[in-house]
Ligand binder design. Sequence first.
Ligand SMILES: CCCCC/C=C/C/C=C\C/C=C\C/C=C\C/C=C/C(=O)SCCNC(=O)CCNC(=O)[C@H](O)C(C)(C)COP(=O)(O)OP(=O)(O)OC[C@H]1O[C@@H](n2cnc3c(N)ncnc32)[C@H](O)[C@@H]1OP(=O)(O)O
Ligand SMILES: Cc1cc2nc3c(=O)[nH]c(=O)nc-3n(C[C@H](O)[C@H](O)[C@H](O)COP(=O)(O)OP(=O)(O)OC[C@H]3O[C@@H](n4cnc5c(N)ncnc54)[C@H](O)[C@@H]3O)c2cc1C
Length: 661
Amino acid sequence: MANVKCNPDLVRERAKCSFDVNELIHLIDGGENATKEKRHFEETIFSVKELQDAVPEEYLSHKDRYENAVRKATILRDVCREYMKKYNYKPNRFRVGHGVFKDVSPFLLHDGMFVATIIGQGTPEQQAEWLPKAENMQIIGTYAQTELGHGSFIRGLETRATYDPKTEEFILNNATLSSFKWWPGGLGSTVNHCIVVAQLFINGKSYGIQPFIVQIRDLNTHKPLPGVKVGEIGPKMGFQTANNGFLGFENFRIPRMNMLMKNAQVLKDGTFVKGMNEKLTYGTMVMVRVGIVGDCSLNTSLAATIAVRYSAVRHQSKIKAKEPEVQILDYVTQQHKLFIAIASSHVFRNVYSWLSKSYLNVMKDLAQGKQDHLPELHATACCLKAVCSRDAGSVVEECRLACGGHGYMTSSNLPLVYGFTIATVTYEGEQTVLLLQTARYLVKAWLAALQGKVLAPSVSYLSDWLKNDNVRWQNTPEGIVKGFQHVAAGKVKAAYDTIQKYIKLGKDYEDAWNLASVQLMKASEAHSRSILCEVSWGEVIRTSASPNLLQVLKQLAQLYLVYWTLETSGDFLVYSNISKDDIAILREKYEELLAAIRPNAVGLVDAFDLRDEILHSTLGSYDGRVYERLMEEALKSPLNQESVNASFHKYLKPLMEKAKL
Ligand SMILES: CCCCC/C=C/C/C=C\C/C=C\C/C=C\C/C=C/C(=O)SCCNC(=O)CCNC(=O)[C@H](O)C(C)(C)COP(=O)(O)OP(=O)(O)OC[C@H]1O[C@@H](n2cnc3c(N)ncnc32)[C@H](O)[C@@H]1OP(=O)(O)O
Ligand SMILES: Cc1cc2nc3c(=O)[nH]c(=O)nc-3n(C[C@H](O)[C@H](O)[C@H](O)COP(=O)(O)OP(=O)(O)OC[C@H]3O[C@@H](n4cnc5c(N)ncnc54)[C@H](O)[C@@H]3O)c2cc1C
């Protein structure tokens, strides 16, 4: 990239960077070799001619866009397969996916949840049967759980799988409209198999929801099998190429062994054998929630790169009347909008790495029959997924706004990035619903703390707070982390006390919970923020990096801490010993941090190492040819391929002529 002819502002910005950008790239990737491998892989993918679009996707019809996405998905699959064989390298398909599809792959659910559910929920025999076929795309699948009537409350799903011991089959039925599956990615027209989550019935008795692997289309003709009604749900805010679909069954029979039986089992005679923990059926969702935290880091880095490079190139208005127009990046309000995006991406990445380790540890435990840490993992993944996805959505939107009118152009790519980022707030567990799951855990932990029990590490601050809730405020990163824990503990206590108050007033527990649920949700958010702050600060101070880079990483981590303290200063004033003077000191610190980060802003986004093909943005490319690219892209509009459009003769001219009469 170094030889590209760049906009002079970007050249100047890069020259003043105080740290080695390559060092940060390597740190993010996990080593110099990892960067080399990643770049080689991406170079290979983006040099495949067939993966490049002749016409910008935006001008294609819904149908053509889908077909083009499938075309590219199959080519990408082949290239990746060859590449993996040749280099024994497991690539990050999400990064290149943004470049290849601009939006998302119609195979997203195949890779992300279908294969993962076979691994997580299938017995070794079931894995042996379906995994090789799924991994080499002999069968293509999705994860069909959500229905028209129910997404959050999965115990309320209506799709039925009734066991027939005579034929040793399950009979699938969707008797009501609300029971139709609705949303699964790839279901519309791509997949031939699904994981269907359905209510198991044996001899008229319900045994809760279970996962079934179901073939829905003929492998040769792709026609829906008899008894299957399937289709696409239509255009959405984003995710246009995900091919989300609907599905219903009428007396559709599948063999007994198509129920994934790693947890619970149905024997030939219809005996139901309970699993170790019925919530293990929800395992794929936990895995994907963890993954979404990593995805938030990637999405935030895409938006930050575009908006920061654009802000270095764009000049508008003056700070001093007699001086030239300034780069908009010099406005401190612009820095306030953008630097939190850079900082958040690093925080999400560090927390993702921490959460993934916990996830893998719990999976190892479960394999040995130990489930003690599962509730903590579930509670932590829920609140982090909820808060990171919402933060990422806000940060991406702020980046878009920070690009003024040009941020509204599709060619900036910010609208598309926003579309797939905010989808994460809803899918894999709606944010409020997930925060309230964590609140259940926090309330239990609070009760345990009151009883003097030892708490799990992520909530042990509740016991510390009970022992001493009057800790002196300190304007240091460690002091701020403690402060976040105080806020979280204070909010958990307040929510718990509110529940007790309503119970004393005669409410039953469930109504008291609902009445206190705004406070419970806020307590859960505060808990999440305290984890984000503690983990990310901890990761940064343990990082081994050169002094120059470490200094910058600390500045970003501190910016995150101070930003969120100031954003939630009301909570700090209520629940910690912070004073108004401390807040004034933090405001000053925040301004110092913005100024310190300013010279490194472009270097920091360069270190996300997002190729132009992945950014796919007129505003964010490495060379900063913003206005040239905006014009080049505009000229690709079909309306610019003719000097007079037919609508002139058809409508405008008659209109003008009528006006003359
Ligand atoms: C750079 C790296 C990039 C990596 C990128 C990686 C990205 C991700 C990877 C793949 C992406 C693939 C695809 C992404 C695209 C789109 C896909 C979208 C898919 C979907 O949306 S699938 C559908 C998802 N649906 C949901 O999430 C539903 C949410 N609802 C629920 O989960 C549940 O209904 C509920 C809210 C948890 C309640 O369940 P319910 O059975 O009613 O529970 P209760 O009876 O209320 O009991 C609660 C009880 O149970 C415990 N519990 C609940 N869930 C779990 C769990 N999963 N594990 C363990 N324990 C659980 C809970 O703690 C309660 O315990 P108590 O002791 O308090 O009773
Ligand atoms: C882009 C996208 C892709 C998707 N892909 C898939 C897929 O591949 N497979 C699949 O199975 N599903 C998929 N989904 C569905 C997704 O998982 C659900 O939409 C999601 O879980 C939310 O459920 P819901 O739509 O029923 O929302 P609802 O639960 O109806 O939420 C509506 C409102 O009700 C509130 N609410 C609901 N329950 C409670 C409660 N207990 N307490 C307080 N408030 C509550 C919510 O907070 C929200 O404000 C996808 C969704 C999207 C948007």
